[in-house]
Design a protein around this ligand. Sequence first.
Ligand code: NAP
Ligand code: G4F
Length: 369
Amino acid sequence: MKKAIITGVTGQDGAYLTELLLEKGYEVHGIKRRSSLINTERIDHLYEDTHVYNKKFFLHYGDLSDSSNLIRVVQNVQPDEIYNLGAMSHVRVSFDLPEYCADVDGIGTLRLMEAVRTLGLTEKTRIYQASTSELYGKVQEVPQSEKTPFYPRSPYAVAKMYAFWITVNYREAYNMFACNGILFNHESPQRGETFVTRKITRAVAKMALGLQDMMFMGNIHSQRDWGHAKDYVEGMYRILQHDTPEDFVLATGVTTKIKDFIIRAFERLHVELEFKGEGVDETAYVKSHDNTYAFKTGQQVLAIDPRYFRPTEVDLLIGDASKARNLLGWEPKYTWQSLCDEMIDSDVELFKKDTLLRKAGFEIKNQYE
Ligand code: NAP
Ligand code: G4F
């Protein structure tokens, strides 16, 4: 039985990867941060049902800013594989927390590499580093592949750039099986609530149920290559099963404007939008709807709030994943449209359930708020 450590186990990808590895028969050890509120909603179903996975899933307190803890966990587990998914992963927030982001996302990766090296596990333990399409930033080539030069545009991306190269360096210097997955944006119903896709699907679902009037967005003209997190964790796993340690881009090869994701999200609930104005004055209204939900014709549903703009933006991301397709046989199954539909449906159900419980007199705390 293989053993894996996952940092960032409580995050979107950590939850999907844990499920995948448990299904494959791994013993999984997740590293989670101490928090004042319980933060394991995404993995509770895996952790609590000990019958399903026969006690093969363990959680350890830890933090990428604490090397002694990382050494202790790695020493105790003696893992075959480590997936380093832990990070302060919000690009906009990294402008507010640049030093913390450098420490956790950059030096945190070094701490993990050093733990493996100093414990003499360089031949045994394979390491996956969660690198990102944000490295391409102000893109130097379209589409972006493993050969495209980097031009990071945020403290997050610069921190991840250090992590990328320290992974390459430890592979070359110490012959470690250490790989970067350069992953383009991937989303799911489990996506953090402040990333753009989830912010949109939550807001549209709430408007549909009459719980919210409109939403405020940032730059809706940037373009992203969106896939589903389920497909991408399968890619992470395949990267570590490959014969040789290499870096891989995972992407769908399709790029979409934030605005088009918004249009699709409303369409899923039978609403046609009309956009007016430009730049910070751009707005959107309900042009037509079929009365299934609480929308009203003429209702304003969108305005721009410059608070959500970034000091430096990444305007266009579109990945070329042909290396992963050819060497790993990796192909994404979801399109951005099927992803958007799944997220909308899931958020409508989430808020319907909350509304029913509230109506029945239960004082419920929405876990996502
Ligand atoms: P996420 O949902 O934000 O999860 C991040 C995880 O890291 C959470 O479990 C978080 O713990 C943990 N974490 C934060 N600070 C930490 C610290 N100091 N020490 C240990 N753990 C810490 O991110 P995700 O979308 O699953 O992404 C996973 C990884 O892939 C991240 O490294 C991200 O930068 C990278 N990535 C993501 C995408 C994407 O589109 N999703 C694309 C490319 C690369 P809490 O739950 O306690 O906050
Ligand atoms: O959803 P986002 O916050 O994701 P972003 O910045 O692309 O980063 C995500 O993907 C990266 C991979 O490329 C990961 F490395 C990273 O960890 C994270 O998972 O923003 C997407 C786009 C941006 O151009 C942003 O300016 O949406 C635009 N946007 C417009 N209005 C907004 C908003 N983003 C957010 N978060 N909130 C808005 O209101």
